[in-house]
Design a protein. Structure first.
Length: 296
C-alpha cells in the first residue's frame, strides 16, 4: 500500500500502528511530490501544521432529504496569523456511511455513522505504463448511536488505521461532560500524552450564522493537557453567502504544531469532524423539534 522510493520517504509496510504514527519527518505535501515518488498519507500528516476541512454542499437537502456527509480536506497556509486554504493541495476525502433511518429520524448529535478517510494513491498501470489516480481508504472512523443524558453514556468516536483490510486502533475522541462549554478529549495509544479541544458556549457564531463580526466563526482551542497550554485551534468559518443560504455545509480550519505526533494530528482532524456532527449538523428530526444541534 505504501511506497518504497529513492526520495527518502519511509516504507511503512508491516510496521505497527504505534511505530508508523510516531514517525516524525518533515516531508513535502502531495502537491509538491513528483509522480513516481510514493508518499504515504502518514508522511503527509508528519509535515502538516494546518488543514482546511470543506464539507460538500448537498443542495437537495432543501427538499427534506438528509444525505450522507462528504468532506474534502486541503492543506492550508498560515499567513500573518490567518489560515488560508490551499486549493491546489488536495489531501484527503471523507465519506460518511450511515442508515437512512438514523439520518432522518434521529437528532444529528445522536446518530451513529462510519466514515472512511481516503488519500489519492497514484500508481502506475502495468499495462499502459501511465500513472493512475485512485482514492484509497487509510483511516476508518466509527461512532455508535448513543442516547446521552448529562454525564451518562457520553458519545465518542474511534479512529482506526486501515491497511490490507486490517484495522488497528489509532485512538478515540470523547465528548466529555461539562456544566458549561464543550470539551473533547483525545486519547491515543501513548498514555503519556493527551490533548483536549475546548470550546466556550458563549460565542455568537453558535447561535447566529451572520457573515459579519464575531458571528463569522466559532473557535475550539486545542490544549496540551500536560501543561494546560493552547497549542492549536479548530475554527468553524463562514462558508460563503450562497452555501450558507442554500445548505448547512460548513468549513473548518485546523492548526496544530508541526512537531505534534501524527496520531494526535489524526485525532484532531477527527475531532473537527465530530464537532460538525455534534453542533452544526441539522437533520429533519432536529428541524421538526424546532432546535438546532448547537443548543444540545
Amino acid at each position: 500500500m505504501y511506497y518504497n522510493n529513492p526520495h527518502g520517504h519511509p516504507d511503512l509496510r508491516g510496521v505497527s500502528t504505534e511505530e508508523a504514527l510516531s514517525t516524525q519527518r518533515a516531508l513535502p505535501v502531495p502537491g509538491n511530490v513528483p509522480y513516481g515518488s510514493k508518499l504515504s498519507p502518514f508522511d503527509v500528516f508528519n509535515s502538516l501544521n494546518a488543514m482546511w476541512i470543506h464539507q460538500e454542499a448537498q443542495y437537495l437537502e432543501n427538499c427534506g432529504c438528509e444525505f450522507e456527509n462528504e468532506y474534502t480536506i486541503y492543506g492550508a497556509k498560515v499567513e500573518e496569523g490567518e489560515v488560508k486554504r490551499d486549493k491546489k493541495n488536495l489531501l484527503f476525502q471523507c465519506k460518511e456511511k450511515s442508515s437512512c433511518c438514523q439520518r432522518h429520524c434521529c437528532p444529528s448529535s445522536m446518530r451513529g455513522f462510519e466514515m472512511n478517510i481516503s488519500f489519492n494513491d497514484v500508481q502506475m498501470d502495468p499495462n499502459t505504463h501511465q500513472y493512475v489516480s485512485r482514492w484509497t481508504p487509510f483511516l476508518h472512523m466509527q461512532r455508535d448511536y448513543t442516547c446521552t443524558c448529562c454525564c451518562c453514556n457520553r458519545p465518542y468516536i474511534r479512529v482506526d488505521r486501515v491497511e490490507n483490510g486490517k484495522e488497528e486502533k489509532v485512538g478515540t475522541v470523547m465528548d466529555a461532560w461539562t456544566l458549561c462549554g464543550y470539551v473533547y478529549e483525545m486519547a491515543g495509544l501513548d498514555q503519556t500524552e493527551s490533548y483536549s479541544v475546548r470550546g466556550s458556549c458563549c460565542q455568537c457564531g453558535l447561535l447566529c450564522r451572520c457573515p459579519c463580526g464575531p458571528c463569522k466563526k466559532v473557535d475550539f482551542p486545542i490544549f496540551d493537557d500536560k501543561d494546560d497550554a493552547q497549542v492549536g485551534n479548530i475554527s468553524k468559518v463562514w462558508p460563503g453567502f450562497c452555501r450558507a443560504l442554500l445548505s448547512d455545509a460548513d468549513s473548518y480550519c485546523v492548526t496544530f504544531p508541526v512537531e505534534m505526533k501524527t496520531s494526535f494530528k489524526i485525532l484532531t482532524m477527527a475531532a473537527a469532524l465530530f464537532i460538525d456532527f455534534r453542533h452544526f449538523e441539522e437533520s429533519p428530526a432536529d428541524k421538526d423539534q424546532g432546535h438546532s444541534a448547537v443548543t444540545r
